[in-house]
Design a protein around this ligand. Sequence first.
Ligand SMILES: Cc1ncc(COP(=O)(O)O)c(C=O)c1O
Length: 420
Amino acid sequence: MRSTELFKEAMELFPMGVNSPVRYYSPEPVMFQQMYGSKAIDVNGREYIDYSMGFGPMILGHANKLVSNYVKSQLDKGILFGSISENEIKLGKTIKDAVKSIEKLRFTNSGTEATMHAIRLARGFTGKKYIVKMEGGYHGAHDYALIKSGSGTMTFGVPSSAGVPDEVSKTVLIGQYNNMESIEKLFKEFGNNIAGIITEPVLGNIGVVNPEENFLKGLREITEKYSSLLIFDEVITGFRFGFKGYQNIIGIKPDITTMGKIIGGGAPVGMFGGRSDIMDHISPAGNVYEAGTFSGNPLTMSAGIATLEQLKGMDYSKIDNYAATLEKELGAIISEYNIDATINRCHSMFQIFFNKNKVIDYSTAIASDAKKFTKMFHMLLDKGIFFPPSQFETEFVSFAHSKEDLENTVNAFSSVLKCL
Ligand SMILES: Cc1ncc(COP(=O)(O)O)c(C=O)c1O
């Protein structure tokens, strides 16, 4: 088969044939040739309903017409200017207007860069050393964040990466998500030297885990008490649940916010922003260094502008309702076949955990039967449904998913869960 031939070539080139670890699964990952709307087509010509949506960014669906047109027209004007351009201002303004805690911002090329710079900024601004992150929270693949991380690190069982110097790991303190006591304990011991807390407001890299009442408020209060900064990593949640951040839904104002994914409309992007007095510490005005050859490039910005322009007028309840119906239907199938599984959903993102208990944090997520998930993933693939290939990722619904997709997904699930 063409996919097998191509994957052999990929294996010669890239470690395990891929350029990002979660894309690998045995015996070989699906090799796609094209995507449109809610659909993905592999090199053998098979079509799938996609629930990975590029791991989140493609909220409008693949190959969205306006996004393509904006990018095409930018192509003829130049891809990289190496100077400030109007597109950056346009996208920056749109984000600032939508997310009130962001007074100033910088674009980067990935969520990884955004959180790395946000953490450095928090340290530079406060003059303090420690950063608190949540067990199972994922903030990208840099040394400050690859400690007790989620996503691929959990899938492959290496929650803390080799190669991160001990000296760096020791500056990162691990708290338990949804457990304010664990955070208070850290502040009691290290409080005067904690630069900030970084957390995804809704965990999306150990599957989906919602915040329990008052947890995020507790983080806001304790950071204020100790003059530390609160960083919300909204790389997944930014513009996912409405034309705003998750912070606007819950009414909590972080000091720094990071975003990525959706704001680039599928092009490589990241952003960190927040209070002006903090952001002014960034070079060249300030002494916290941050830079990027491709940051804010006009091509990425045009994809982001076209995406946010459309999202502004969208009724997000459409994708929320799709996910809610799927949750209800799948829940009924799970009950009918008496399967030990539970579904977590936040608006248009969801995950099925093969776990008879509720999943509320890292330790309850890791107790899930990841092997069973992998089995389900492959069976769904056979039926033309493409999920992200790990128990510890998240399914995303887009505006391109249709009623027919929903029916086909439920039917596929019904026969897969029956066999499981
Ligand atoms: C919450 C969160 N932060 C940061 C990142 C890193 O973003 P990127 O993969 O663009 O570097 C991710 C990626 O999935 C993420 O989910």
